[in-house]
Design a protein around this ligand. Structure first.
Ligand code: ADP
Ligand code: MG
Length: 475
């Protein structure tokens, strides 16, 4: 058998953030009390009509631009007809014929190399309700019904499970950096359909693709693809490649395998037609320009900036841009004058481990860059050691006290002139004790030390204090 290569195409669904749902006035928020953010339209009541949410269109066009897609002059919606309990209308409003973006591409980071992934199209649609299955019943929660979704369809141009996951991670970052979605897989905001085939490495004829529906974690995406490549390759090795059918399968988490759902002949005919309750929309070039202005620096560009301008290694820069909050924190540190490498170390060593230990995010982290700088500045001018800095860091977070207050409380008083003045004053007020000391009560020495400590609230450098005291008392 000729050497084989895998071919993968992804259909990535991502729920967008917005104030209201894509076609109704209900709040776009579903991780709370079930069936609370619902209006009649979300439940498919007759007589209700959709109205398109401008915020969602804006975000869809923004993503389309970010992915270097061609944007049509007009766009409209289609009806995808099927019945399922989570789809009360009996159809989903989507974009089949005239998506908001086509023929795009994005460069992804595959660890040792970068790869350009080609985007077939990106389109705007609505999510279905969610079903909660129990042993004796299934409950429907309409909060998710009508939540805006962006679907992104890649060309069949990925060649391994790792590349597929790298693509999803890059897209998750881009969604987050652009404030288009929280893109949180734990909340089910990203779901994928995965298409896998194998082919002879030196051929240009694609193999038969198998589609695996609705995989919802990146770990499962990886497992699904690896399993499917193995299954198809083994069948081919055995001369049974004809058993690889164009079919729809699902991933079974328990066994780590894929299971057939339906074949091509049973494929659902969705009877697409143009959604008659929504008009055709014109996208003017001025509108696109106004959106382009809002495109922030993307994660890959930020990484290049950290490498080129801040002299971070590729590895370190990659770690920072993994999380938009980290990148923002890091940049703020650098902007107010903390050395990039020092900011990197504080962020990725002390701060990240603190956040993990306390299970909080940078958003709720007390020590903002301005406060961190109070610590790093004092290391720079040798007021505190790096060991003291770490103690101050921990104490600040424990007590929510500004570092500069703790630092001034902690700095030892080592100034000889100042200590001499202070001690002279103390001795002046303790004539009786000096007399007793000189007459042999030498254990009074500790009393004098105690007085100095009391006066300086414990900050006097004990070694210098004792030297000065010895000097004065024995003269
Ligand atoms: P369909 O007509 O079944 O919807 P499409 O050609 O529209 O198929 O492609 C759907 C998805 O399947 C896309 O993400 C595409 O990249 C992927 N795909 C198409 N052909 C293959 C193939 N031979 N191997 C892997 N993925 C493929
Ligand atoms: Mg298709």
């Amino acid at each position: 058998m000729n050497k084989q290569k895998a071919v993968i195409g992804l259909e990535m669904h991502c729920e967008m953030t917005s104030n209201s749902k894509v076609f109704s006035k209900a709040r776009n928020s579903y991780n709370e009390l079930a069936n609370d953010n619902v209006v009649a339209l979300d439940m498919g009541f007759p007589g209700t009509l959709p109205t398109l949410n401008k915020e969602c269109v804006r975000k869809a066009i923004l993503m389309s631009k970010v992915l270097n897609c061609e944007i049509p002059e007009y766009f409209y919606f289609d009806r995808k007809n099927y019945y399922y309990p989570d789809l009360p209308k009996g159809y989903q409003i989507t974009q089949m014929h005239n998506p908001i973006g086509v023929n795009g591409s994005v460069i992804i980071d595959c660890g040792d190399y970068e790869k350009e992934v080609f985007i077939h199209d990106i389109h705007l649609e609505e999510d279905s309700a969610s079903l909660d299955h129990y042993s004796d019943a299934t409950l429907i929660d309409y909060n998710r019904s009508g939540v805006p979704l962006l679907e992104l369809v890649t060309e069949p141009c990925l060649n391994s499970a790792d590349e597929a996951v790298a693509f999803l991670e890059e897209m998750r970052r881009i969604y987050q950096y652009c404030d288009v979605s929280e893109a949180d897989t734990k909340k089910g905001q990203i779901r994928c359909d995965i298409n896998v085939s194998i082919m002879d490495e030196d051929s240009n004829i694609l193999g038969t693709k198998v589609e695996i529906k609705n995989v919802n974690s990146f770990a499962n995406v990886k497992e699904t693809i690896n399993y499917e490549i193995k299954r198809q390759t083994e069948l081919k090795e055995l001369g049974r490649y004809n058993e690889v059918e164009q079919e729809t399968r699902r991933f079974d988490e328990e066994t780590g395998t894929t299971i057939r759902m339906r074949g091509k002949v049973d494929a659902i005919d969705y009877k697409y037609f143009v959604e008659p309750n929504l008009p055709k929309y014109k996208i003017t070039s001025e509108y696109i320009k106004s959106i382009e202005k809002d495109i922030p620096l993307l994660p890959r560009d930020r990484k290049l900036k950290y490498i080129n301008d801040y002299m971070l290694s590729n590895h370190d820069a990659s770690l920072i841009i993994k999380d938009k909050e980290y990148a923002n924190y890091f940049e703020e540190c650098v902007n107010i004058g903390i050395e990039p490498k020092i900011a990197f170390n504080w962020l990725l060593v002390n701060i990240v481990s603190y956040l993990k230990r306390n299970d909080i995010s940078l958003k709720g982290f007390y020590l903002k860059p301005q406060l961190l700088k109070q610590i790093t500045d004092k290391i720079d001018d040798n007021t505190i050691s790096s060991k003291q800095a770490k103690e101050i860091f921990n104490e600040c977070l424990e007590k929510n006290i500004e570092p500069k207050i703790l630092i001034s409380n902690n700095i030892q008083l080592s100034d000889i002139v100042e200590l001499e003045k202070l001690i002279a004053n103390i001795l002046l007020n303790n004539q009786k004790q000096i007399e007793d000391y000189k007459n042999g009560k030498t254990n009074l020495f500790d009393y004098f030390v105690g007085q100095v400590m009391k006066e300086t609230k414990g900050k006097a450098n004990p070694v210098i204090t004792k030297e000065i005291l010895k000097d004065k008392l024995n003269s």
